[in-house]
Write a protein that binds this ligand. Structure first.
Ligand SMILES: Nc1ncnc2c1ncn2[C@@H]1O[C@H](COP(=O)(O)OP(=O)(O)OP(=O)(O)O)[C@@H](O)[C@H]1O
Length: 387
């Protein structure tokens, strides 16, 4: 059911428009308001999918009603209804965020098309929002500091595309969280995200790990096996610690990126794969390139979008929220009482000389929950926080 509100002071026009719209589709539920003030009251109380609003009305004109709707519920599309003398105003309302306008007397086809398109757009916005809500709690990125806001903003823009992303930053700063958020907010989120820690796999095994192998291709390969690229088909592959990948594996990854196909070790059969590639490293790849350890062409293929995750020391504003977040998780995981942190304790932790790794903050919070007073004080921090 699509709920539509019609704000129009002329009863005759209201009647006609309501009939045209309601007759078009029996899932359209049209309600009426005879002026802007009544209309706004209804909007506050109910959730509409679309609003049609006349421009020239007594009490409150359509421009003001539109302004108020944009403040109250900016996601609802608004179609303006313009009379003879107010075409210029109608164009101006589009700049203020109106979805479209129709002229009186309304052209039937144009009216119904505009209504249909506006409702489709609303549906898209709703689906997008539901998708966003789906970011798993486990990978929630805590923080409202400027650098984190910037990163979240970039992720929102980049996630729905297939662009490759290189995530850089020191150890334990949240690079993996960024990768998960990119996948969770993308159209690929229904398919798997496959993670490969390139530093943890011996160089002679990495090719087989990534691309699979056929039986007998090397000692120990006693059956055919698919690799991570195949496993990630339709989804995302996350190549963590890519700076530690051998040059020969880099050459193969480059081919997979250039041609969207791979072949299993020991086979010359090509397999097409549809995989989005995300990569992360704590190394300075520019330096690795200069020293001949990383392929420059691969770098350019991977770093279409570059997301640089800052060290904890460059986002100290987030420390109080991170402390509360970790304290709640740790208390729950370990079944212990949740203690509070005094203001003094929090500001001491905010000024602390961190390595930059967020895991260190988490460990300190855990230590303080175990060893500190019921309300953790600045003295507790002095006594127990140091490494
Ligand atoms: N913004 C954040 N909000 C909440 N937790 C965070 C945040 N950033 C990092 N963490 C936590 O810090 C830890 C390290 O994060 P993550 O593994 O994503 O870092 P990384 O940069 O990928 O680390 P590494 O370089 O060791 O691979 C994780 O437990 C993660 O949940």
């Amino acid at each position: 059911m699509s709920k539509i509100l019609l704000i129009e002071d002329e009863a005759a026009i209201r009647r006609v428009l309501k009939r045209i719209i309601a007759d078009e589709n029996n899932t359209y539920d049209v309600e009426e308001a005879e002026d802007g003030i009544i209309g706004l009251e209804l909007i506050k109380e109910h959730d509409y999918d679309l609003i049609l609003c006349d421009i020239k009305m007594p009490k409150m004109d359509g421009v003001e009603v539109l302004q108020k709707i944009k403040e109250l519920k900016p996601e609802i599309p608004v179609i303006m209804i313009s009379g003879h003398g107010d075409l210029d105003t109608a164009v101006q309302t589009m700049r203020m965020g109106a979805y479209d306008y129709i002229s009186k007397p309304p052209d039937l086809n144009r009216l119904l098309n505009t209504v249909r398109n506006a409702l489709d757009q609303k549906q898209l916005i709703v689906e997008n929002r539901q998708l966003k809500k789906k970011v798993s709690k486990k990978y929630e990125m805590i923080g409202e500091s400027q650098p984190i806001k910037h990163i979240k903003n970039m992720i929102d823009k980049v996630a729905p595309t297939d662009a490759r992303v290189l995530i850089t930053g020191p150890n334990g700063t949240g690079k993996e969280l960024v990768a998960h958020r990119l996948h969770d907010l993308s159209e690929r989120s229904k398919a798997p995200m496959v993670e490969v820690n390139c530093a943890a796999i011996p160089s002679e095994l990495i090719e087989s790990e990534l691309f699979g192998h056929v039986k007998g291709s090397f000692t120990g390969a006693n059956k055919d096996r698919a690799g991570k690229f195949e496993a990630a088909n339709a989804g995302t592959i996350f190549l963590d610690e890519i700076g530690d990948m051998s040059l020969s594996a880099q050459a193969k990854v480059l081919r997979a990126l250039q041609e969207s196909k791979i072949s299993r070790v020991g086979s010359d059969k090509d397999i097409k794969v549809d995989v989005r590639v995300l990569a992360a490293t704590n190394k300075d790849l520019r330096k690795e390139i200069a020293e001949g350890r990383f392929r420059e062409d691969l770098y350019h293929r991977l770093a279409v979008i570059l997301i640089q995750v800052p060290s904890l020391n460059d986002r100290r504003d987030d420390i109080p929220t991170l402390i509360t977040h970790f304290a709640a998780i740790i208390a729950k995981e370990q079944g212990m009482a949740l203690k509070t942190f005094s203001e003094g304790a929090i500001s001491k932790l905010q000024e602390y000389n961190w390595t930059g790794n967020i895991r260190e903050l988490r460990n300190v919070v855990e230590r303080l929950l175990i060893l500190g007073e019921k309300e953790i004080s600045a003295t507790d921090v002095e006594m127990f926080a140091s490494k």
